[in-house]
Unconditional design. Structure first.
Length: 364
């Protein structure tokens, strides 16, 4: 388990500088901008102070127990020290340009020592190896400094029960709270109200995920949320859930109009209040035959009335002006039908024929 040395640093590759043949390690290290020494089981990083021009340092997956040697690297913008054995955040007070700090999978129990990092935008502290029964704690002074700059915060897997320590952060755009002990949606609501620009949120593997419609409630709490637990939140879904929540509130406050009920009316028919009665159509009316009308009456079958009219037409005497009369029309002749009158001529006994209220008189 060797410490970090100049020889190890000299093996780092920089995009701006290549070690020339015969160049001393001290001279080459001073010009490095990207330092990579990960996965080497290093226990000490003090030699990093020789990299005065470094902007990015990758020392993850080692066995480093203490942050050291960074005070001389004033140009640093990104430091990656995840998967080490670091127990305290220190040695970062002289890094005015630091933007990204990755300290996940260490043994840090208090978030502190960042009071001078006025431009820090990303802080990753996920899955700290905490003693049994302890949780990650935030120094209020550090939160106060980061409240105006921090945009990405990852505190997953740190046994957090409440979010009051994070309520001072106001510029968050991405927040990872998964695998904690958050139970109350009210704590999350307070945090979302102070971060109006939050777009990405992770809350999986928390007790609050077992509450009814927790995802819908979280979407309603934030108007800016675009991704929740790696699932996109569409604007249409948000508007639907907002309208649904407003409807429930109005219903609970008694502000909704009474529901439509069916009212009994004369004749046994029921009519819903406020509804429009449907027009009545003939039984054969349909969308395929919208202009259907009842057919005209057909010709009647020959019966007793027709036989009587025939007798009247064959009476003795001279015939009149013959023909048939129908539909309440009078004619001088033989037969009468559908309410018509017929007068026969000639001599003989009178003949009578009644059909549909009409009269037929034989001649005399």
């Amino acid at each position: 388990m060797p410490p970090l040395t100049l020889q190890i640093l000299a093996k780092s590759k920089s995009s701006r500088h290549t070690r020339r043949k015969g160049e001393a390690p001290e001279q080459f290290v001073k010009l490095l901008t990207h330092v990579t020494a990960s996965g080497l089981a290093l226990t000490d990083m003090a030699a990093i102070e020789a990299c005065k021009q470094a902007t990015t340092i990758y020392l993850y997956e080692n066995k480093i127990a203490r942050i050291a040697g960074l005070a001389a690297c004033r140009n640093l913008t990104q430091v990656c020290l995840q998967h080490n054995r670091i127990k305290r955040i220190e040695g970062l007070g002289n890094l005015p340009r630091l933007r990204k700090l990755r300290l996940g999978h260490n043994a840090i129990s208090v978030v502190e020592g960042l009071q001078q990092c006025h431009y820090l935008e990303e802080l990753h502290l996920e899955n700290q190896m905490l003693p049994p029964g302890e949780k990650l704690v935030f120094d209020p002074r550090t939160i106060r400094v980061l409240s105006q700059t921090l945009m990405v915060l990852n505190v997953a897997g740190n046994r957090l029960e409440d979010l009051r320590d994070l309520s001072g952060l106001r510029k968050l755009g991405a927040l990872n709270l998964s695998s904690n002990f958050v139970r109350n949606l009210k704590e999350l609501k307070r945090l979302l109200e102070t971060n109006r620009g939050l777009q990405r949120l992770w809350v999986g593997d928390n007790p609050l995920c077992h509450t009814n419609r927790f995802r819908d409630n979280i979407i309603v709490m934030s108007n800016s949320l675009r991704v929740l637990d790696d699932k996109a939140v569409s604007q249409m879904a948000r508007q639907f859930l907002v309208n649904w929540a407003r409807h429930k509130e109005m219903k609970a406050a008694g502000l909704l109009p009474p529901p439509m009920v069916e009212k009994k009316v004369l004749g046994g028919n029921s009519k819903a209040l406020g509804s429009v009665s449907k027009p009545k159509f003939p039984s054969k009316f349909s969308s395929k035959n919208p202009h259907w009308v009842p057919p005209l009456p057909t010709k009647r079958k020959k019966g007793a009335a027709a036989a009587a009219a025939t007798v009247g037409s064959s009476s003795s005497g001279a015939g009149g002006f013959g023909g048939h009369a129908g539909y309440a029309t009078a004619s001088y002749g033989s037969n009468a039908g559908y309410g018509g009158n017929s007068y026969g001529g000639g001599s003989g006994q009178p003949q009578y024929s009644h059909d549909y209220g009409g009269d037929a008189y034989g001649g005399y």
